[in-house]
Design a protein around this ligand. Structure first.
Ligand SMILES: [Zn+2]
Length: 73
């Protein structure tokens, strides 16, 4: 499996070591959770998730600041 994932129209590639199987995708149309989909840490109370991904079926994953910095910056 390629590490390249096409999410929406954007090709993104996390840093080596990122495990897509760990991502807890939320069901389409479910409320935004306050937990990170990757580390399950709490997202900030006063801000939207730092990074969100959507799959073609509408599934959604939110990532916290720490994971964004670790895997996507
Ligand atoms: Zn996280």
């Amino acid at each position: 499996m390629s590490s390249n994932r096409k999410i929406g129209k954007v090709e993104i590639e996390p840093k080596p070591g990122f495990d897509w199987r760990r991502v807890a995708w939320g069901a389409p149309n479910s409320p935004v959770r306050d937990l990170c989909a990757y580390c399950h840490g709490k997202l900030g109370d006063d801000s939207d998730p730092t990074l969100m991904f959507f799959k073609e079926d509408g599934s959604r994953a939110e990532f916290c600041d720490r994971c964004v910095e670790r895997w996507w910056s």
